[in-house]
Design a protein around this ligand. Structure first.
Ligand SMILES: Nc1nc2c(c(=O)[nH]1)N[C@H]1C(S)=C(S)[C@@H](COP(=O)(O)O)O[C@H]1N2
Ligand SMILES: [Mo]
Length: 337
């Protein structure tokens, strides 16, 4: 196949893989196509990358002998790309890593690193395929052949791989009370909150701000929901706690209030649109057990259909906003540091 077409397909494939991989972190139910495209493009990249490495093998060998800096970047890029593809495929087949980081997390880091080095690699090399190449019927046919092969390989790996959700996450500890993994997005690890003296404040765009004690509120709403952590596990439970809809009824959001932000004692925070927030829960119990400290005692957000990082733990304040508070994108990265 024409070298430019291979190179351009690699660039397009890596771009799509990066975009769908990142979008998957905030995927909602119904976004299954994101993960299909991500996996399909990933496997297809294996084919294009093989063609490319075969083509440049002599150049790489010569570059290594000449200790060329440019070839060093190419080799680094190759190692990162191969590792990103290998970890993604290994994850599908159920491989696991010892230690704190999941293989899926490492895959994500390698994917981003590959893209960064690729930008450097492209700076003096990018050129678009010529028109004549694009019009060449044989080139088109072999390209379609490569992509078809990729799609077939994807379907086979998808069927042969281990049990997992569309997001790639594997089941852990469903219906087993507090016996599911405890996860921090970055570094949150607060001291246990005093369950006697705790209170919940509702602030921001409400008729009157208020602070509630445990006795002021009803923690009897039940909801079954599935927590799907972006590090690659999910867990489904019967949660019980305070209906956010009922809480909001007692404080009267002002007109124009449209986001509800759940704020942790650590500074971690996340918002849901008002109507969605009304259907969420501030859970105190999981499968009938009081929440353990690690899972967010005295209460944690249960946000059905949202990826796990949005299920704020150790919630002490609910703040209403007229606009989305984008600072929370930073807050979740730095809280607890
Ligand atoms: N305050 C706070 N809430 C948090 C986090 C955090 O680091 N700090 N981690 C989130 C992430 S990434 C996930 S997957 C879930 C995990 O909940 P669990 O530890 O109860 O399993 O909590 C979310 N809520
Ligand atoms: Mo997570």
């Amino acid at each position: 196949m024409d070298a430019d077409i291979v190179d351009y397909s690699l660039l397009a494939g890596v771009s799509v893989a990066l975009a769908t991989g990142l979008a998957g972190l905030v995927a909602r139910p119904g976004d299954t196509w994101l993960f299909l495209v991500h996996g399909g493009v990933g496997i297809t990249l294996v084919g294009f990358l093989s063609l490319k490495l075969w083509r440049v093998r002599a150049r790489i060998r010569a570059g290594v002998r000449a200790r060329s800096g440019r070839v060093a970047v190419s080799i680094l890029l190759t190692v990162l790309a191969v590792a990103a593809l290998a970890t993604g495929i290994a994850w599908v087949f159920g491989a696991a890593l010892p230690g704190a980081f999941t293989l899926l997390f490492v895959h994500g880091v390698l994917g981003v690193a590959t893209t960064v080095v690729l930008v450097g690699h492209l700076r003096d090399r990018l050129r678009l395929p010529s028109r004549a190449t694009l019009r060449d019927r044989r080139q088109t046919l072999s390209w379609v052949g490569m992509v078809t092969l990729g799609a077939a390989a994807y379907r086979a790996s998808d069927a042969l791989g281990t049990a997992r959700r569309d997001t790639g996450s594997r089941e852990q500890g469903s219906d087993g009370g507090n016996e599911f993994p405890v996860t921090a997005w970055v570094a949150d690890d607060p001291d246990p909150l005093d369950t006697e003296t705790w209170s919940l404040s509702v602030t921001g765009a409400v008729a009157a701000e208020r602070t509630f004690d445990a006795g002021d509120l009803a923690f009897d709403t039940e909801q079954r929901a599935l927590l799907d952590c972006t590090s690659g596990w999910y867990s489904e439970h019967d949660w019980r706690g305070l209906s956010v809809g009922e809480l909001l009824d007692t404080v009267e959001p002002v007109s124009g209030a449209s986001w509800v932000q759940f704020r942790s004692v650590t500074g971690y925070r996340w918002s849901l649109p008002l109507s969605e927030a009304r259907d969420s829960l501030l859970a105190t119990h999981v499968d009938g057990e009081p929440l353990s400290h690690g899972h967010g005692r005295p209460m944690r957000l249960v946000a059905p259909g949202r990826r796990g990082f949005q299920w704020v733990k150790w919630v002490t304040e609910v703040r209403l906003w007229r606009r989305r508070d984008y600072s929370e994108w930073v807050a979740i990265q730095v809280s607890g540091l």
